[in-house]
Structure formats: structure tokens, C-alpha cells
Design a protein around this ligand. Sequence first.
Ligand code: ADP
Ligand code: MG
Length: 670
Amino acid sequence: MEKISVAVRFRPPNPEAADPSPAGAGGGGYREWRIDDTRVSLLHRAAGPVPVPGASFAFDHVFDGAATNERIYGALVRELIGAVVGGFNGTAFAYGQTSSGKTFTMNGSEADPGIIPHAVRDVFDTVRQADDREFLIRVSYMEIYNEEINDLLTIEGQKLRIHESLERGVYVAGLREEIVNSAEQVLELLQLGEANRHFGETNMNVRSSRSHTIFRMVIESSGKDQTDSGDAIRVSVLNLVDLAGSERIMKTGAEGVRLNEGKYINKSLMILGNVINKLSENGKQRGHIPYRDSKLTRILQPALGGNAKTSIICTAAPEEIHIEETRGTLQFASRAKCVSNCAQVNEILTDAALLKRQKLEIEELRKKLQGSHSEGLEQVVLKLRNDMHKSELERDRLAMELEEEKKLRVTLEQHLTEQQKKLEAISSDHFTDSIQLDALKTPDSKSVPDGFVACRSRYSNDVQFSPLPENLDNIAHEDLWTRLNKGCVTDLDMLEMTPGLKREASFIQDTSAVPLEEPTDTRCHRLEKECISDRQQLEASKARCANLEKERDVLRDQNLFLQQELSESKREADSLVAEKQAQLDDLRAKCAAFEKDLYTTRQEAHRLATEKQELTGELGTERQKLDELKQDIRVISRGFLQREGQLTSLYTKSKAILENCKTSQVATLP
Ligand code: ADP
Ligand code: MG
């Protein structure tokens, strides 16, 4: 178990709301609050700290207006980023009244970048240093505006729903996730999202944000030397949340749309407060934690008392007019200080890790591409990753829509069946019971064996009851009927439509009590009245019937429309799948072509290498021959020199002999 880190940050006093009174004991321009390293105390205007219990609060850090975003990041979030890259879930959020500096803390300015840009850069730096692991990072950016979740990275993603599954836990269905490989890319996406954020104007802050935003990075990683696909992959989520500001509606002067927004904001912040309050209570007395009461708490559920390391930066305004709100913020922060989380590294072995599914495929493509087009390889891989991920998300979204439409269709069909049943019930007569039939007979007709008169002496005024038998084959004698009705002929087919379904037993039994001695005129008069009332009932039933039929037709049309939409969605899904398949086929074909090229080039290289080897062999032989020839020449020239020496000495000797001969000849001459 690990406590949530909580810091309080006072923004610099607003120069427009400057108070001319001298600065209090707190110094630094904070006349209402004394700010120490870890403590905030409420001051009396003239004297020192107020000795009221609860007026002094202690936190992990307390910063005054001089603190930079970088310092706050270093104290509260830097460590969290290291943990997230290592596989823990992490969440940092800014809480506070409107205009107290939440957005400034999270986003910052150009001169003093906020927590989000610092965190993004740090994630990539840390990832780069972890050279024994391979990472896949994807980001999403959403807002909760008037309790509706909108995607900030695409304008199509509006009113998204929260779903929960065993594999993915709580997630926002259809949310765009972009796979990224540099901090710059993420910051560009953030800028795009920021432009889509809902800003409004209240008296408190000209550019006050009216929605909660959640920037999310999902970091998947696996060991680089893991070749076995059964190895675990770490998946961690970093949530960086900029909440909309709580506000007192009286003070902001909000009305119309702004008032409505303010109510939603206050409600969700109140639920966040409730969740924190519950979590800060002693474990056993905690009871139910109302995460589901707002979208914000539902999405942040793991970060609040769950599997995550969490840092909260509570921002406050130092001015006197904001004392009430600041005190509320400090109370929230104190409660949050008591909440513990239980974070652990998330390792999964299933295919839910995107990295795992993509890794093999990408590795395959990487191998194919390597050597031929290695310069653009990283770009190609990133694009492939994004394409694959997008089509997966799209497929999930379509599957979900299909599921919902199916459910809707089933509901409509049920409704339709119910309506049809009602219709049938109305149009059919339920008086099949023989006792009821008997009871329907007037005492007069009872005396006539084949006679039957639809007599309603007691119950005719009640529109609920108009009990005519289904089988009217035992009709009263025509004369008797005419006499009884004074010439008024009742359309029995129409009478069958009357919805006289239930007839109480007491009525039925009472029929026997109809006075037989009633004068004919009175009786006729009564019957005439009954007849009129019957007609009215019939008209009403007809109208009801027509209405029901209309309703049924509308439902049928709706059903038809839904079926058409369903088949259209299916067609769209099919065409999307086909398109993606075609793209994949195209890529595969390209890869195959590359492979073929590579193969041909390799073969050529192999042939050349063989030729070279042969030539080198031949060259060796030639060289050897040359060496031998040189050796021969050397031997020959040595012999030649020897011969030359011999010849020279021979020549010298012969010359000497010749000289001697010449000399002796001259001496012997006279
Ligand atoms: P919130 O998001 O809480 O409604 P903002 O972050 O929009 O409030 O802050 C309101 C104004 O105060 C903005 O102009 C912002 O630049 C300024 N501000 C807030 N905190 C600081 C701070 N620590 N240093 C300088 N300016 C700040
Ligand atoms: Mg803001």
C-alpha cells in the first residue's frame, strides 16, 4: 500500500486584485496564508496563525507563487514517470478552483513548460535508456464535457461510451489511439487536441476550460532478447489530468450554457470528492465507493485507491476573496493525503498486448525490408503499426455498434410482438367459457331453446364490460330481437370488437336478478341506451385499434430501417476489412517483390563470387607458373654468366698464347 502524493501550489497573487494593506506574517505577498515547505496555515489579518483546528494543513509539498513548473514536476511527477516506464500505472492530476493555475501547471507556457510536456520528454528519454527492452507507446486525449466523453484527437469521436471487459478493464470505446515514437510527435498531437477543447468565458478566467481533460499514454514493453512468444509483456497507463475548475455560480455570474456546464463540473467534482472521502475512511467502514456516479471517477477508478501510483497537485488562489474556495481545496487535499493505492507492475501473457500481436508481424516485415530500404525502415514500421492499430480499433468499434444495434433490434422486436399480442387480444373475444355464455342469456331467451339475446341490463354503462360471445351461432329470434331493440339493428360483427375481456362473477350472477316484469317500453328504452353506449365503446375500440396498428406500422418501419442500417454497417465493415486486407495484400506483394529482387541479387552475387573464386584459382596457377619460369630464367642466366666467365678466361688465355706466338715469331725472323 502506498499513499497518494499530494502537493499544494499557490499561484502568484493577481496584480489586478492587489490589496493595499501591508503584507502579513506569511510574507511573499501572501497575507491570508502562511506557506512553509510542507504546511499551509490560515492567518489572522493582524495576528499570527489562527489557532482554529483544521486551519493548518500539512502535505508532501507546498509551493508558493515563485515555484516553477519544472520544480513541481521534479518533486511530484519525475519519479512517477520512471515507474510508469517500468510497468506501473501512474496518474497525476491538478485540482482546484477556476483560475487557480491547473492548466498552467499541467500545460505550462513556452518559458515554463508544464507537467505534460516534461513527462512526455521524460518518457522518451527513459525509454531510450532502457536498451534491454523494446517499447510501443500510444497516446490518446479525451475530454469530459457535460458528462459526455469526446475524443480530442478526432472530431468524429463524440459522446463515447465507457465499457468494461476482463481483458482491458474499464476503457473508452472508440477512442483514437496514435502510436508514437518521439516526444515532438506527441506534443503536436497535444496541440491538435488543445484546439478542440471547450473553452468558455466566465468572470473568473477569460479562457477558462470547461471540461476535464485526460491525456493518456499507454506504454507496452518486452525484453529484447525474448524470442519466445509466451513471454510476458508489461502494459502500463499514464494519465495526466487537467480538471475543470470548481466554481461558485453566484461569483462567476454564469448563466445559460455556462451555468449548465458549471453544474456538471461541480457535480463531477463533488463525486470525485465523495470518492476521495470514502477512500480516506478506515478500510472496513468504507462501504460502497461511488466510482460509477460520474464518468471522471469511473475512468480514473484504477488511479483512485486502485492499481496506480498517483500524484495530486492542488492549486489555490492566494487572494482574500478566494479564502472559502482555497479552504475547500485544502480540505480535499487533506482527504486525498489519507488515500492509499496498491500499485503493481502489470504483466500480461495474453494477446491483449498490442505489442505482442504486432511484434511478430513487424519483425517479419522488418527482416524482409532490411538491407534493401533500411533508411526509411523506421518510418515504414511506424506507419504499419499505426495502420494496424487503427484498423483494430475500427473493427472493435464496428463490432460494438453491431452489438448495440442487435440489442436494439431485439428490444424493438419484443415490443412489436407485445403490441401484436395486444392487438390480437383486443380483436378476439374471450368469452368462451360456457358459464359466461349461460350467464349472458336473458331470462327471456333462456325459455326459448334456440334463443340468445345480448342482454346487458346491469353492466352496460361500464365501458370495460361488453361481454359478447365469440360464437354467435345461437342468435335470438329475429322478431324478438327487433322488438327488443325497437328496430335498432346491432352489427354483431362490430360488437365482437369490444374489449370486454374480464367480467366479474358478481355481474354474471346478478343477471338472473333482472326483473322479468319490467315493462316493454322501459326495457326497450334501456336497451336502446345500451345500444348507443355499445356503439360508443365500439368506436373507441376501433380508434384504439387503429392507433395500435399505426404504432405497429411505425415499429415495423423502424425495424426495417434498423435492419437496413445494420446491413449497411455490415457492408461498411466488410468493405473496410476488404480494404485493409487489400492494403495488407499490397504490402505483402511488395514485400514478396522485394524478396524476389533480393533473391535474384543474391544469386547474381553468388555467381560472381564463384567466378571470382575460379579466376583467383587460375591467377594462382599462372603466378606459380610465372614463379617457376622466373626460377628457370634465374638458373639459365646463372649458367650463362658462368659460361660467359669461362669464355672470357678462354679468350684471355688464347689472346695471351697468340701474343706469345707473335713475340716468338718476331724474335726468330732475320
Ligand atoms: P485554471 O486552469 O485553474 O482555471 P489557469 O491555469 O488557466 O487556471 O490560470 C489562470 C491564469 O493564471 C492564467 O493566465 C495563468 O497563466 C496564470 N497562472 C496560473 N498559475 C500561475 C503561476 N504559477 N505562475 C504564473 N502564472 C500563473
Ligand atoms: Mg484550466
